[in-house]
Design a protein around this ligand. Structure first.
Ligand code: BES
Ligand code: ZN
Length: 863
């Protein structure tokens, strides 16, 4: 099979740097002409000869001029085009020189949604990680920073708004109805942060005064008909700016900040310096169209991209192996912000649920990789949960070990050393050690070793000596490319609880593991305690301790750590479900019933926490626990059985909570109301198993906001009844004009476990509102199906259908095809007959002669 692996160890500094780059984009009807005039100078730290290696991909070249003299590839012997058509070599160059390169590109034909493309008439760019090389020849690598100027020339009537990064220097009318705008950077930036936008856009404007009394103008651009849907995004942006000042003293460094919302976007949003480009789905929010979850996510993405301004628009990555470096801190910062804004334990529960459901799954899949990979073929495949979420967890561990002021100390030193530089993981670690005066080198294991570590804990109590001992053994499977694994540094937050439920007095609430096996002794312990381990999920590990069902219910009732109370409940229900699946014995355990009830009827528990505790683990989480010979149908049945038994048992209690919460009809988007709606809708789902579909139907009709109507819609979409069709039709009729909201209609149908779901998805994929070139539509229909509907997805016909779609998408948008195929390779632990069927489809994909590199890399790993 083909292979083009790039290794971290092969990194070399660039032999040249770019002092400045002047770009001209002439946007014409069928093509765009790009003129790139760059001033190069020799990098004195490079040991290479005077050779320039410019990245390029699929370009029509019009001309190259070296110091104003035209050179041509055929004639000049010092210019060679080699290496798979991706690098242009120029040999024997002077130490400084200017290069002018003119290329012709075709944004209207570009369906990849990278580099320059057209989304709903809007010209826009996506250059991270390596899009820039599709527009012009350049040192398209994050460690080459330069000052950009961008002149955009276009027809004024078609493209009245012309935007690029940083300061608008001038704009002027030209003849033939054309006009231009010239933008220029005051500071250096890498090519992946370049951005350009053009079209008939409108904007809302607001302003923010920084703590040094600088006025910053804020603008959100969109097409005029969506302009009234951006107010929430604007308010979120201001909250983010304020928090970054309060918490980190980071003031926005320019006087304008712009966001553009577009419909076709491969991910959520992109942090281009001062011209962020966003998927409209993470900008538009009104109560009629956005659920509480949407609001929270929109806010999170806005914060995330804003926080990038410092981390890492200013301090950036040396190479793409260091990708986590720029994402983790931003993810960590945005989750800290959410915790500050909403509730610490809810946020923690949500983050951990996400981590265990998705990142652990990835780390156990053929795509498993360290947070800093040492090799890859396509970096685009590595914008993964491991890079984002696991590294954010690693940072959380620093926080747990170093305590409060660590972050400020580190951050101050880090910026002092590295502002405007391109850095590595080692720079980060060094600053962390130096700022805290501590040897933290063992943290390196987290960067370089893949897979979720497993920690087996056992306990021993000597009544005679009054000594309680905890023994920890850590292990982690070794992957093909690893020789061996070194032990991780793992902070275990814990406490011991005595039999009456009181906390035992201890000196320390944290154990730091550094070896493969360690014992910890506690003296003067009167009776055997119950350990509350891994409080707040203090490390991204799988912790095994042989809790009996009695101990789980003890912790559910007595643990003062809210997270661990929740976790005891989750582990209890997971074990119960695994038992049901493995033994086929359907019975509701009494201890579980009592614990569940104690949470359900406890009025002192706040609602979001209650909702989390009574939500059963997902089917995929149960599958991951079962680990081998997975049968998704059995898991589905077991889960359904447990829900049904619980509602049989507690119908009165569920209805009481539901009816009470139903009375709160005022709609507000604040934490309290969000939590109320969350609990109300979790209860409604339970009730639907007993008393369907009338209650749910009524809830749909009565709702005055999208959270409630969408909840009712998704519950009904899982039930075969006439109300289901009515509600789906009603939703369609209300929202068919709005491409963002109608995606909900696609996704609820894709996630329904009803028998005819696959046929329905096939039909929907031909629907007039479905468009395979739009990633939001693909996510709504195909990704929701393959990620969130394990029972219907795991059928041979579904595998074949999704494989067809991967192949179809690969020709349109390989990055999106690659994300879809990742959902297929996650299922290696299936029962062998199913896996064999799935494997055949993966094989079929891999045999496609023109398959993109990005999809091939993923599929190859799974075979
Ligand atoms: N820099 C990324 C956007 C990106 C993703 C560029 C993939 C190239 C390839 C951006 O900062 C990001 O991480 N966005 C996330 C949202 C965030 C809240 C995790 C996204 O788009 O999903
Ligand atoms: Zn990011």
């Amino acid at each position: 099979m083909k292979n083009k692996t790039i290794y971290l160890k092969d990194y070399k500094v660039s032999s040249y740097f770019v002092e400045s780059i002047d770009l001209t984009y002439e946007l014409k009807k069928d093509y765009t002409l790009v003129t790139n005039e760059s001033k190069f100078y020799k990098n004195i730290n490079s040991k290479e000869d005077n050779i320039l290696k410019l990245n390029w991909n699929n370009l029509d070249i019009i001309g190259i001029f070296l110091d104003w003299k035209k050179i041509s590839i055929e004639i000049d012997s010092n210019i060679e085009l080699i290496e798979d058509n991706t690098i242009l070599f120029l040999n024997d160059l002077p130490d400084t020189f200017e290069l002018k390169i003119v290329t012709k590109i075709y944004p209207h034909k570009n369906t990849s949604l990278e580099w320059l493309y057209v989304s709903n008439w809007i010209y826009c760019t996506q250059c991270e990680p390596e899009g820039f090389r599709n527009m012009t020849y350049y040192l398209d690598r994050p460690d080459v920073l330069s000052v950009y100027s961008t002149k955009i020339i276009a027809d004024k009537q078609d493209n009245p708004v012309l935007l690029s990064n940083w300061n608008l220097i001038e704009s002027w009318d030209l003849e033939d109805g054309k006009h231009y705008a010239l933008w220029k950077d005051p500071f250096k930036k890498p090519s992946y942060l370049f951005a350009l936008v053009a079209w008939k856009l409108d904007y809302i404007e607001s302003s923010f005064t920084t703590f040094r009394w600088k006025e910053v103008t804020l603008r959100i651009f969109t097409e005029p008909h969506n302009i009234n849907r951006c107010d929430f995004a604007m308010a979120s942006l201001k909250r983010a700016m304020k928090w970054d000042e309060d918490r980190f003293w980071l003031e926005y460094d320019l006087d304008l900040f712009m966001i553009v919302a577009i419909d076709d976007f491969n991910s959520g949003a992109m942090e281009n310096k001062w011209l962020n480009i966003f998927n409209s789905a993470v900008v538009f929010a009104t109560p009629e169209t956005a659920t509480d979850k949407d609001y929270i996510y929109i806010e999170r993405v806005i914060w995330h991209e804003y926080f990038h301004n410092w981390t890492w628009d200013r301090v950036t990555c040396r190479d793409w192996f260091q990708l986590s470096l720029k994402e983790w801190l931003t993810v960590f910062r945005d989750s800290e912000f959410s915790a500050d804004m909403h509730s610490k334990s809810t946020k923690r529960i949500e983050d951990v649920r996400y981590l265990c459901n998705y990142q652990f799954r990835e780390d156990a899949s053929p795509m498993s990789h360290p947070i800093r990979p040492s090799f890859f073929e396509e970096i685009s495949n590595f914008y993964t949960l491991t890079v984002y979420e696991k590294w954010a967890e690693v940072v959380r561990m620093y926080q747990t070990i170093l305590w409060k002021s660590w972050f400020r100390k580190w951050m101050d030193l880090y910026f002092e050393r590295h502002d405007w530089q391109a850095v590595t993981t080692e720079d980060f670690l060094n600053a962390m050690q130096d700022a805290n005066n501590m040897n933290l080198s063992q943290f390196q294991t987290w960067y370089d070793q893949a897979w979720t570590p497993i920690v087996d804990v056992s306990s021993n109590f000597s009544a005679e000596k009054k000594i309680y001992t905890l023994t920890f053994k850590q292990s982690c499977p070794v992957r093909q490319w690893e020789k061996r694994k070194n032990p991780f540094i793992i902070p275990i937050k814990f406490w011991l609880i005595d039999s009456s439920g009181d906390e035992i007095k201890l000196e320390n609430d944290i154990i730091i593991l550094t070896k493969e096996e360690e014992k910890f002794e506690f003296n003067n312990i009167e009776n055997e305690p119950v350990p509350s381990l891994l409080r707040d999920f203090s490390a991204p590990i799988i912790l095994n301790y042989n809790y009996s069902f009695e101990k789980y219910s003890f912790l559910i009732e007595n643990d003062s750590n809210e997270f661990n109370r929740f976790n005891a409940m989750q582990n209890f229900s997971t074990e119960l479900l695994v038992n049901i699946v493995n033994s086929w014995v359907y019975e509701l355990n009494d201890l579980f019933k009592n614990s569940f009830k104690s949470i359900l009827i406890d009025d002192t528990i706040w609602n979001s926490f209650k909702a989390e505790c009574i939500t059963l683990p997902s089917e995929t989480l149960i599958a991951d626990k079962i680990w081998k010979n997975i049968n998704p149908q059995k898991i589905f049945e077991a889960r359904k059985y447990l829900i049904t038994s619980l509602i049989e048992e507690f119908e009165v209690e569920f209805l009481k909570i539901y009816d009470n919460l139903k009375k709160k009809i005022d709609y507000k988007i604040d934490s309290e109301d969000i939590w109320n709606r969350k609990l109300k809708n979790v209860c409604l789902e339970y009730i639907s198993f007993k008393n369907w579909p009338s209650n749910v139907y009524k809830a749909y009709l009565d709702s005055n906001n999208m959270t409630d109507s969408f909840s009712a819609l998704s519950i009904l979409s899982k039930i075969e009844c006439k109300e289901r069709d009515e509600v789906l039709d009603d939703f369609y009729n209300k929202w068919n004009f709005d491409p963002i909201t109608i995606d909900k209609w696609f996704s609820v149908q894709a996630t329904s476990p009803l028998e005819n779901t696959l046929d329905n998805i096939k039909k929907l994929s031909k629907h007039k509102l479905f468009d395979i070139t739009n990633p939001n539509k693909v996510r709504a229909l195909f990704n929701s199906f393959s990620m969130l509907n394990p029972v219907i997805f795991n059928k041979p016909e579904s595998y074949e259908f999704i494989a067809d779609k991967v192949l179809e998408l690969d020709k349109i948008n390989p990055a999106i095809a690659s994300r879809l195929v990742k959902n297929m390779i996650n299922w290696k632990k299936l029962e062998s007959n199913l896996w064999e069927k799935l494997r055949l489809q993966l094989l079929r994909i891999s045999n496609e002669p023109w398959l993109s590199w990005i999809v091939l890399e993923v599929v190859k790993k799974s075979l």
